[in-house]
Write a protein that binds this ligand. Structure first.
Ligand code: NZQ
Ligand code: ZN
Length: 390
């Protein structure tokens, strides 16, 4: 195992009706004026935003609202949010939604204190040193942004989607009420499941030996989602399924599962190019990319893929033919994604090969960086993976 430091300062408030505590939690920290940030219509329709407004009023917190965050959140709305925070003397941001809203809130928080254009923090031109604090009421378990140090923002003018990892952006608290996820459509539930599994698999496929504890945590997380996601899709109001998925989702990306081990993250980088250009859901993109990535790299460590098959999908390993076991494991993953209604090929998402070379070049920044840690990939490798996914 490798040396590591692990600190997740986000207070998790989990359970039924926990959103009604939001005003009191903010008041207890001394904040007075909040930017209430949310997405399209779902949180208004469900009555959640009304409930949040009431909780803030009851606690004597004043607030201004900025809604309209789109999936694959735009830097243009982030800039609007920064100006609003400036004009209104906001002292914290409350994100009500999923990864897109939370990431937009994180970008506004950092951009508020940064002198230049906020995109610099995502292009790598600058690093934020300070942020407005962000708190979260989570409505979709998927991205894990509610306790992660990362955010991902899309710049449509440049057709770029870029991540920024900065410990100062971990939210101060996150409210997780699984009942708030009952309204999720089956497709969004499935996309969330794929993203959660991807966060675990990015950590599972490691070159670090002797990490049996975190291997087993990863396997438990994957098995939980494989068991619970179909239940949540069939029975949207199944509290047990929604609860286990929601908690697994947060832990899957707060980096507990990645402690002491090298990680990959190639599939995420490859997917971000897809959602930047084609605006597909991140989880759907991962369901397409991950099996293709696996088929490209599995020979690098047949034993790890065989273990994945055995411990996650219960595939009996063939000791004479570990390659066959590895391939069965990859097939099982793809079959699972299909079974919950996700595309697993680019063609199923209406994407052809016309922009593969462009995406591959962007992904490696014209071969100036390798993509992924398990097997470092160059532009030609990334292009080959997109082609395997056709
Ligand atoms: O906008 P509304 O109307 O709220 O609809 C949303 C949106 O259309 C809907 N939704 C959310 N909660 C709902 C609901 N519909 C009904 N009932 C509810 N309770 O779901 C749709 C998707 O929401 P979004 O926030 O985009 O989903 P997700 O949480 O999957 O976030 C995706 C974004 O997170 C980034 C992705 O790249 C993508 O941009 N990621 C962020 C990470 C991080 N910050 O650590 C890590 C991830 O790997 C990921 O890259
Ligand atoms: Zn993800």
């Amino acid at each position: 195992m490798e040396s590591f430091e692990f600190l997740v300062p986000t207070k998790i408030i989990f359970g039924k009706d926990s959103e009604s505590r939001v005003g009191a939690e903010i008041a207890a920290r001394g904040y007075k004026k909040v930017l209430l940030h949310y997405g399209g219509t779902s949180a208004v329709k469900s009555g959640l935003i009304g409930k949040v407004r009431q909780s803030l009023k009851d606690a004597g917190i004043s607030f201004v609202e900025l809604s309209g965050v789109l999936p694959n959140p735009r830097v243009s709305l982030v800039r609007e949010g920064i100006s609003l925070c400036d004009h209104e003397n906001i002292d914290m941001i409350l994100a009500v939604g999923g990864g897109s809203v939370i990431d937009s809130a994180k970008a506004i928080g950092m951009g508020y204190y940064y002198d230049g254009d906020v995109w610099d923090l995502y292009s790598g031109a600058a690093v934020a040193e300070k942020t407005l604090p962000v708190a979260v009421i989570l409505t979709i378990p998927a991205a894990g942004s509610e306790s992660s140090p990362s955010s991902v923002i899309t710049n449509h003018r440049l057709t770029l989607k870029k991540g920024c990892t900065n410990e100062i952006t971990r939210p101060i608290f996150a409210i997780l009420n699984p009942e708030l996820t009952y309204t999720l459509p089956a497709y969004q539930t499935a996309c969330g499941a794929a993203d959660i599994m991807a966060h675990i698999m990015e950590r599972y496929f490691t070159n670090t030996p002797d990490v049996c504890f975190t291997d087993r945590l990863c396997e438990a997380g994957l098995k939980t989602i494989i068991e619970m996601a179909p239940i949540a899709i069939a029975e949207p109001e199944n509290l047990n399924a929604r609860s286990n998925i929601m908690w697994c989702s947060s832990v899957a990306h707060n980096d507990l599962f990645g402690t002491g081990r090298s990680q990959d993250w190639g599939s995420h980088a490859i997917e971000h190019e897809l959602s930047a250009i084609y605006d597909i859901a991140h989880g759907a993109g991962l369901a397409i990319v991950f099996p293709a990535w696996m088929r490209y790299v599995y020979k690098h460590d047949l034993d790890r893929f065989a273990r994945f098959g055995k411990c996650v999908f219960g595939i009996e390993p063939d000791s004479n033919d570990p390659e066959a076991t590895a391939l069965k494991a990859i097939d099982a993953l793809e079959a699972f994604f299909k079974s919950i209604g996700l595309p697993t090929r680019l063609s199923e998402a209406g994407i052809d090969e016309s922009r593969i070379d462009e995406m591959a070049e962007k992904c490696t920044v014209n071969d100036t960086r390798n993509v992924g840690g398990f097997v470092p990939l160059k532009t030609t490798d990334v292009a080959a993976i997109y082609r395997l996914a056709l």
